[in-house]
Design a protein around this ligand. Structure first.
Ligand SMILES: Nc1ncnc2c1ncn2[C@@H]1O[C@H](COP(=O)(O)OP(=O)(O)O)[C@@H](O)[C@H]1O
Ligand SMILES: [Mg+2]
Length: 234
């Protein structure tokens, strides 16, 4: 991978009390790339994302975003540098309308016509603008979460299992939009248990097991080397 990575995680360690959830994880996300973080339940994927976004404090290692050290900084400071996380469980405001969710997302970038753009990307949201976000289907909520990310125009987007519980056709649509965002310059680090779909869209993938990186490479290499099968049962 090129040295001018947007995100550079070096020897990250995170503990919860006595439990070491992440042990010396190093990974790179190049500009405009989609990088997948794969691994079984409990492997440390979510903890890695939360450490990058500042939601948990690392006990070791360093994290650089666009050349600036961000580990130990507050989530709001890191967000201001261009990082946006769509957490497990979506991170939308369920008791606000779809329209309000979208306009809040574009507040930072001060863009008008945000609804039009969101609806152009996700036509299913078009009929739902005045509906409370919490009453949308799972797939629509995830579309809204991605539409919010799109409008916020982050440099780095962290996605935690956006495919969870959704039908394959909806997952394919979401992943297509993620690829489109990467093509327009947003770098993406995504956690997935839906391994085959993630490998189809990723430029690089890391495999985590028990808090450590056990394999890294381009999807074609990972598919052929058998590590995925042994760690994920894929
Ligand atoms: N808030 C927490 N407090 C204590 N232990 C946690 C917490 N969150 C996660 N863990 C533990 O850390 C390990 C890694 O969890 P996690 O990062 O959520 O894995 P993944 O996202 O890969 O399923 C697991 O053993 C999990 O039980
Ligand atoms: Mg997780």
């Amino acid at each position: 991978m090129p040295p001018e990575a947007l995100l550079n995680v070096d020897q990250l360690t995170v503990s919860y009390g006595g439990l070491r959830a992440v042990s010396g994880v190093s990974l790179l996300v190049p500009e405009g790339a989609v990088v997948a973080l794969l691994g079984a339940n409990g492997a440390g994927k979510t903890t890695t994302l939360r450490a990058i976004s500042g939601l948990v404090k690392p006990s070791g290692g360093r994290i650089e975003l666009a050349g600036r050290r961000i580990d130990g900084r507050k989530p709001s400071q890191i967000a201001r540098l261009g990082l946006l996380q769509v957490p497990e469980g979506r991170g939308i405001f369920p008791s606000l309308t779809v329209r309000a969710n979208l306009s809040m997302a574009s507040y930072v970038t001060k863009r008008g016509d945000v609804e039009d753009e969101a609806v152009a990307r996700f036509p299913a949201l078009g009929d739902r603008l005045d509906q409370l976000a919490g009453t949308l289907s799972g797939g629509e909520q995830q579309m809204l979460a991605l539409a919010r990310a799109l409008l916020a125009q982050p440099r780095l987007l962290l996605l935690d299992e956006i495919s969870m519980g959704l039908a394959p056709l909806i997952v394919a649509k979401l992943f297509e939009e993620v690829r489109a965002m990467a093509a327009s310059g947003t770098s993406v680090l995504l956690v997935e248990q839906y391994v085959s779909a993630a490998l189809e869209m990723a430029d690089y993938a890391y495999v985590l097991d028990k808090g450590r990186v056990v394999d890294v490479g381009e999807p074609a290499d990972l598919r052929s080397d058998g590590v995925l099968t042994s760690y994920l049962g894929a």
